[in-house]
Design a protein around this ligand. Structure first.
Ligand SMILES: [Zn+2]
Length: 412
């Protein structure tokens, strides 16, 4: 029988373990005695459940919100995400005309139907918009002409085209129809997240009471200027029941905000990449339907011709995990949980475990602290945050291998 034996350091349980994998399932999982552990041979890799990224807009020019999206694009993006340890993700479809949204959710559902592995890798679609704020700032880069108030009938038609695959929806609670929409979606088992919003604190509270469970990339998609208090940021930070996702790429949020937000949310914090469709392309300028974009040498994706105005995220979820650790607000186990455990809780799914008989979903990785990374990180820190991340010691997650159902990917 085809069997793999994995000896590794269990990040979440904080101990060395030995796992056997047979035909895509966990055969056994035993604690590893210290004699066979890290002391006697070369250091064990870390083992953790595969990361689950709740927000991926596309990659390398393949865009989940495009009238040209194909089933092959969906497969190709999924295939690239193995190398970041992302075994599961939610393709994210953002604000567009109704016909485009229908095409995108239908195509993703077809891909899940056509490629057996995608049925396991894509537990759902994240619909971010079109029911968000029209105001500049909160709206972010979503096209204003396609923003609209929550419309339950329209959502049901989209959900039908998606064959029920829409699992997370980001809306703004600032509309008359918002609370009713949240109640109905929640009743149908769709997780509602608050985002791209200009809502009042009262509307935030009503959304939470109606069933909203998360804040989408809290701290981004906001006004440049806000009343000091009250405002929707404080209200969401203070709502203990709300999970919150963060783009911890080192560019989207300053260190001070990340520190406060992670302390406040603790085990309700979720890390997402929010990877843009333009992420992963070589350095240079690119024409897009909205504007000309540029990928800079430090990895930032900006509006072409300047260096400050971000046009999306381009760092994998592993960057956010190490940034959370480097900020000193999360241990490695806590930061890994923000990408490998908490996302499942948001979706109401059971997180993956190493229990005999269950399908395997695990990654092996090292935390690489080479000199080379240290120097490049200092550059990254200075350019992105005026030195606020200057303490970055140059840690990188290096994925060694992924075991997911019957797939085994080895990286060197
Ligand atoms: Zn967004």
């Amino acid at each position: 029988m085809n069997e793999s034996v994995i000896r590794a350091y269990d990040v979440l349980a904080n101990k060395p373990i030995q796992i056997t994998v047979q035909e895509g399932r966990i055969g056994s999982c035993e604690p590893l005695s210290e004699e066979r552990g890290p002391a006697c041979s070369e250091p064990l890799p870390y083992v953790a459940p595969g990361f689950c990224d709740l927000q991926v807009n596309g990659y390398q020019g393949r865009d989940f919100t495009s009238p040209h999206l194909t089933v092959d694009h969906v497969y190709e993006v999924a295939d690239v995400l193995w190398q970041f340890g992302v075994t599961r993700f939610l393709p994210t479809v953002t604000t567009q005309a109704y016909e485009v949204l229908i095409h995108c959710v239908r195509t993703i559902a077809q891909a899940v139907n056509e490629f057996p592995i995608l049925e396991h890798r894509i537990p759902g679609i994240h619909l971010e918009g079109p029911y968000i704020s029209r105001e500049d700032g909160p709206r972010g880069a979503h096209p204003r002409e396609h923003v609209r108030e929550p419309n339950w009938d329209e959502f049901c038609r989209l959900q039908e085209a998606a064959t029920g695959l829409i699992r997370l929806v980001t809306i703004s609670p600032e509309y008359e129809t918002s609370a009713d929409f949240i109640r109905k979606a929640t009743r149908e088992g769709v997780t509602v997240s608050i985002g791209h919003t200009a809502a009042s604190p009262r509307q935030i509270r009503e959304a939470v009471a109606a069933g909203a469970r998360m804040s989408t990339h809290l701290g981004n998609g906001c006004h440049l200027m806000l009343p000091r208090h009250p405002n929707y940021l404080w209200e969401q930070l203070a709502a203990d029941g709300l999970y919150a996702s963060f783009i911890a790429d080192g560019f989207h949020l300053p260190a001070a905000f990340m520190k406060v937000a992670l302390r406040t949310k603790r085990d309700r914090a979720v890390l997402v990449s929010d990877l843009s469709a333009m992420a992963g392309l070589p350095l240079g300028r690119y024409a897009t339907p909205l504007c000309e974009l540029e990928i800079l040498e430090d990895g930032r994706l900006v509006v072409a011709g300047q260096r400050q105005l971000l046009a999306g995220a381009a760092q994998p979820i592993t960057t956010g995990i190490m940034n959370a650790v480097v900020l000193g607000e999360a241990t490695l186990p806590q930061a890994v949980a923000m990408a490998a455990v908490t996302p499942y809780q948001v979706l109401g799914m059971e997180p993956s475990r190493y229990r005999p008989g269950l399908p395997v979903n695990l990654i092996l990785f090292d935390v690489d602290e080479s000199e080379k990374n240290q120097s490049s990180d200092r550059t990254h820190a200075n350019l992105s945050n005026g030195g606020e991340f200057a303490g970055l010691p140059g840690k990188r997650i290096h994925i060694r291998a992924v075991y997911f159902w019957e797939e085994i990917k080895i990286f060197r």
